[in-house]
Design a protein. Structure first.
Length: 132
């Protein structure tokens, strides 16, 4: 996976209400979930992300620490950070699934509103995507 492929069209939304480190962690987590990043893939260095996004290197390091605490990446001294997806994902109990869906939905609404979109527009878009 090349840095250019992973970071294509990647920008930090400063006015989204979501901290930059969370946006970085979310982007990398999404890349893992959709298969763009696979187990064992080397992540871009902190300096590479800093150079492309223009964020403080400490912000990138914080995102990497969060991913490491979740067990999604592993740092190897002198070699970099690597995707660690060898642990099977355990399904969430129904109550936790609902809580997670609610959290994700509210986060999406918050970000959408910061871009001038409303809930009705989001739901219309989702329904259209579902039918394609």
């Amino acid at each position: 996976m090349s840095l250019q492929t992973l970071m294509k069209d990647w920008k930090i939304e400063l006015h989204s209400g979501i901290p930059a480190y969370k946006q970085i962690a979310n982007r990398l987590t999404s890349a893992m979930a959709d298969g763009t990043l696979a187990h064992g893939d080397r992540l871009p260095t902190i300096r590479e992300i800093h150079a492309v996004l223009g964020v403080n290197p400490n912000t990138v390091a914080k995102a990497y620490r969060e991913l490491a605490l979740k067990g999604l990446i592993e740092g190897q001294r002198g070699s970099g950070s690597f995707v660690k997806l060898d642990d099977p994902v355990s399904p969430l109990p129904e109550q936790k699934k609902k809580a997670k869906l609610s959290e994700l939905y509210h986060r999406m609404l918050t970000e959408a509103r910061s871009h001038g979109l409303n809930e009705e527009q989001i739901l219309t878009f989702i329904k259209q995507r579902k039918n394609t």
